[in-house]
Design a protein around this ligand. Sequence first.
Ligand SMILES: NC(=O)c1ccc[n+]([C@@H]2O[C@H](COP(=O)([O-])OP(=O)(O)OC[C@H]3O[C@@H](n4cnc5c(N)ncnc54)[C@H](OP(=O)(O)O)[C@@H]3O)[C@@H](O)[C@H]2O)c1
Length: 265
Amino acid sequence: MILVTGASGQLGSAIVESLKVAGVPLISGTRSPVVGSSDRYVDFDDPGTLDFTGVETLVLVSAGYAEDDVVIARHERVVTAAQRDGVQHLIYTSLATAGDHLGFALAHRWTERRIQESGVQWTILRNGIYADLFGALMAPDDGVITSPLGKHGVAVVTRGDLAAAAAIVASNPKEHAGRIYDLVGSHAVTAEEVARYAGLPYKPESLDVRRKTLNTSGLLPFQPSMLLSLYSSAAHGFLKGTGSDLEQLLGRPLTDTVPVAAGTL
Ligand SMILES: NC(=O)c1ccc[n+]([C@@H]2O[C@H](COP(=O)([O-])OP(=O)(O)OC[C@H]3O[C@@H](n4cnc5c(N)ncnc54)[C@H](OP(=O)(O)O)[C@@H]3O)[C@@H](O)[C@H]2O)c1
């Protein structure tokens, strides 16, 4: 049996949907189980809820949006429970190799290492930056797109393509054991390109101006530096590298990411 964590989240629910469409039986692991369904209540912050008995393949969708130590503690509990309950294969949705300079990379790389040393078979899916997140990073102000994303572009991907790839791996995990897939896009999308597609004017902004805006916008303490790391990595060309792992896993061209990014403006 396959269990997918974060099953009510955007990526997790898309993985569940892809598995269902393929007719693969699974259990949804979530903090919002549907009453009367086979869903399992799974909260990484509460070790008592981590029951993976009968689970052969665990798809661990990262539970980010928090400080490193919080995310690491969550993932540590999941891997420990997976070892205890005899999970045979762990699939982890990680961060693209090119994201090594991002503020949230450390927790991903720590989790990868923890899984690789767990004794459980594993596959690491190093997911690229979501196309709609890229769009959100360049949200227009008074109808003008201002962003410090630079000119290099980002090889963004859609959650739908990432979910389809995760479902393919989860359906046949042995074939993908010990593999790290770098699931980035086949085209580096620029902010200017998305603005043009959306028919909006584009005015580049400096990292310094954006830093000041983020630092005074009432975000959670960890968020300004994490967001800045995304802008800075993109602006300095660290996220532009394209790849073929995702296309190869899916056996088809990737979804066009420009309309997806523009859809969140
Ligand atoms: N590649 C990228 O561009 C990118 C960008 C942002 C984030 N991420 C990472 O990718 C993950 C999935 O993205 P997404 O778009 O699906 O995010 P999302 O829609 O916010 O979903 C995240 C899900 O994580 C689960 N979760 C959070 N805290 C948890 C906890 N304490 N215990 C168990 N589950 C918990 C929740 O699932 P339930 O509601 O089912 O409990 C939540 O819905 C994020 O959590 C983050 O680590 C990647």
